[in-house]
Design a protein around this ligand. Structure first.
Ligand code: ADP
Ligand code: MG
Length: 399
């Protein structure tokens, strides 16, 4: 789960991290009121969307040469004008895709006199089972370009979760950022604070870009992206409360209500599978047969009729879906129960696209009999390869 910059900064401030003052705003009036509470004379108006690259982004509704989603304002009047330009409009950045994201919230924050911009992020590194701290002297808006053309300017430091953040990790961060004196000490301190926040909040990613050195010699967090391990969210009701469903794919929000793991993809074939591994294999074999999956969908081990129906509805609500492949292994669940669920769901949603079903496991014959006797145009498949071939052939036939 992702949260907005202003929310992430509120969370981080509890760990002692230096952050410029700022206030979130939902309307132009709130943005003006927010600016009045800040010392000025420089303010920054920042679009709050769950995507980075806002500074270099473009608003669909504004002229091509208009500035993006991070604007430096020199007066309250400018804050008002920028808020008017941004709210309700669609910001397109390198991370939003062509559709862009509508800006519904702003963050009005203190303008900072920047001496230099640095980069610092943390992720869970699966390869080493550690937290990787990634730092660079080349912070700011072009970190992707730095990683691409001058990777030697990026340093990775890993922290063993069992022993935690040690003084030498802090020194390594400060050294990689080439900081000396008081700033070196600040870098050690801030990296420790950020690590503590990362672990305590069960983050899976925390990116500070830029971390800035101010003209008066302080290190401040100027931009924050934070995402959380969804499997640990139950431990953090305060974080869960920060969820902004308007930023998420509506189908994914609907799926989460039924505890279905659903991710929208770009292809034509809707997939309904139980178990994440089987779902991945199903997607692979669809590709092997020359088409692309329209989604990843794991209905889980204990799928019942209600879940299967919900999953069908979610898949069919996607206009890109030209056929559905159901691939279910009846282990804990029995195939006949699953078949009944599929038939009931297909009738309820008035299925219009080809449906291929591959069932395997307990009571598989009863399951196949139920599908065959349903009177619905369901194509039965014997194994995964057969299923993929059949759905691709069916979809191509219709087209
Ligand atoms: P994004 O990464 O989405 O483009 P940032 O918050 O990193 O958004 O802002 C882009 C750039 O705008 C920063 O690299 C920094 O140069 C400038 N900036 C952002 N916030 C401030 C601020 N409070 N004061 C001065 N400059 C800022
Ligand atoms: Mg940034």
């Amino acid at each position: 789960m992702n949260i907005h910059e202003y929310q992430a900064k509120e969370l981080l401030s509890k760990y002692g991290v230096g952050i410029p003052a700022g206030i979130a705003a939902l309307t132009v009036e709130e943005a003006v009121a927010a600016a009045r509470q800040l010392p000025g004379p420089l303010y920054v108006v920042k679009a709050q969307i769950h995507a980075g690259g806002r500074g270099k982004g473009k608003f669909k509704e504004l002229a091509a040469d208009a500035k993006g989603g991070v604007r430096l304002a020199k007066s309250i009047e400018e804050v008002e004008a920028f808020a008017k330009e941004m709210l309700g409009n669609t910001l397109v950045t390198i991370q939003t895709g062509d559709a862009g994201k509508q800006v519904n919230r702003l963050y009005v924050t203190d303008g900072v006199d920047i001496e230099k911009e640095y980069y610092l992020s943390m992720v869970v590194d699966r390869a080493t089972s550690r937290v990787a701290l990634i730092v660079s002297t080349e912070g700011g808006m072009d970190i992707e370009e730095v990683a691409h053309s001058t990777p030697e300017r990026i340093t990775t430091i890993t922290v063993d979760i069992a022993t935690g953040f040690q003084a030498h990790h802090g020194r390594a961060v400060a050294f990689a950022l080439k900081l000396t004196g008081e700033l070196n000490k600040q870098a050690q301190k801030i990296s420790k604070q950020l690590y503590e926040a990362f672990v305590a909040l069960d983050c899976d990613m925390l990116e500070i870009n830029p971390l800035v050195e101010t003209k008066d010699g302080n290190l401040l967090v100027l931009d924050t992206k934070m995402s959380f391990d969804s499997n640990a969210l139950y431990r953090h009701p305060d974080v869960m409360a920060l969820r902004d469903e308007t930023e998420e794919d509506p189908a994914e929000v609907e799926a989460s209500k039924y505890d279905l793991a659903y991710i929208k993809l770009d292809g034509d074939i809707g997939c309904m599978v139980n178990g994440a591994g089987l779902a991945m294999a199903t997607m692979d074999i669809i590709k092997l047969n020359g088409m692309f999956p329209a989604n990843f969908l794991d209905v889980g081990g204990g799928a019942n009729k209600e879940k299967v129906t919900a999953a069908f509805k979610i898949i069919l609500a996607d206009p890109a879906v030209k056929g559905i492949l159901v691939n279910i292994f009846g282990g804990i669940m029995k195939c006949d129960v699953i078949a009944e669920g599929i038939v009931a769901a297909a009738k309820e949603v008035n299925l219009q696209v080809p449906l291929v079903v591959r069932l395997e496991g307990t009571n598989v014959q009863q399951g196949k009999d139920i599908l065959a006797g349903s009177g619905l145009p369901i194509v039965a498949a014997n194994d995964l390869g057969d299923a993929a071939k059949k759905i691709v052939a069916e979809v191509k036939n219709v087209a």
